[in-house]
Write a protein that binds this ligand. Structure first.
Ligand SMILES: C[S@@+](CC[C@H](N)C(=O)[O-])C[C@H]1O[C@@H](n2cnc3c(N)ncnc32)[C@H](O)[C@@H]1O
Length: 280
């Protein structure tokens, strides 16, 4: 598997697949800075970024924190560790060429891919704010970088680890909606903001508006907080590994799964970047 065709984008109700936007709107990603680079500058900047990121990944791999996280992931029963036949999808990483937090979060994704022997073609990374240098760096590191904004509504054919570091709850909600069945949820792992904290801290009325699927699944989720042993406290804080054991999901009535309307959000949510094809 080596291109984004292998990852499904869940269709809108009206039946159309998301398309690459033709119009530029307020939702269009800003890639201004790097888009001004010429080809040779792009190559030099990419080489530098790639080299630094690989050095940083190798140091990260030796950390106590990473060893602990890796141990936790390896205990997940439904990950076919022996065959390694699963996908790794990252949404909402941010600008790892300029943000130290995003850079260290990418260290975790790169280290996990390497440690779990996930085949390179099975790893996808998307954030609408990526610059051209970041996109090329990820591609050189053999990540699939889709051109379309799936809004987090990804669905993988296989078992999949989704990693959404510090993302807006809409992205988690969309991901849950796109995988809203016993069969699909019990094949995915979500590493991201703690669902139990979201439910605890967000007024129910608000969560019903932009995180209803989080609210619905949280009581049936197994959540393991990432260890508190990382040196920087604002990189992996409030982050948990969420799994959806089939035994728990089986206890739910069929109607629970049938209530699966595609979520609609108000335009007030500025941290969530929409696919601009919604607007025309
Ligand atoms: C709160 S920031 C987190 C950035 C970084 N991971 C961190 O912890 O600092 C949320 C990220 O989600 C990204 N984002 C927003 N809408 C998105 C979408 N539709 N698909 C993927 N990422 C999205 C934003 O561009 C931003 O980088």
């Amino acid at each position: 598997m080596n291109n984004s065709e292998d990852f499904t984008t869940v269709k809108h109700k009206r039946g159309k697949k998301f398309k690459t936007p033709r119009l530029k709107t307020v939702t269009t990603p800003s890639r201004k800075v790097d888009d001004e680079c010429d080809e040779s500058e792009l190559l030099i900047k990419t080489e530098n970024l790639k080299r630094k990121q690989l050095i940083s990944r190798d140091i990260f791999k030796e950390s106590k924190f990473f060893k602990e996280v890796c141990g936790m992931v390896k205990t997940i029963e439904y990950l076919p560790i022996t065959s390694c036949d699963y996908d790794l999808v990252v949404f909402g990483l941010g600008n790892f060429s300029s943000s130290l937090i995003a850079k260290q979060q990418l260290d975790l994704a790169l280290a996990l891919r390497s440690e779990l022997n996930i085949s390179h073609g099975q790893t996808l990374c998307y954030d609408p704010v990526f610059t051209s240098v970041e996109i090329k760096t990820l591609q050189d590191l053999e990540w699939v970088v889709p051109e379309i904004n799936q809004e987090g509504k990804g669905r993988s054919e296989k078992t999949c680890i989704y990693y959404l570091p510090h993302c807006h709850k809409i992205l988690y909600n969309n991901l849950l909606w796109a995988n809203w069945s016993k069969e699909l949820l019990s094949k995915i792992v979500i590493i991201g903001n703690s669902f139990s904290s979201m439910v605890e801290r967000t007024p129910k009325r608000l969560l019903e508006k932009n995180g209803n699927y989080i609210l619905k699944i949280e009581p049936y989720t197994t959540e393991l907080p990432l260890p508190d042993t990382y040196s920087e406290k604002d990189v992996f804080n409030d982050t948990s590994i969420h799994t959806f054991p089939v035994e728990r999901l089986q206890s739910l009535p069929t109607v629970y799964w049938e209530e699966n309307t595609e979520p609609i959000y108000s335009n007030e949510e500025t941290e969530f970047i929409r696919d601009s094809s919604h607007l025309w």
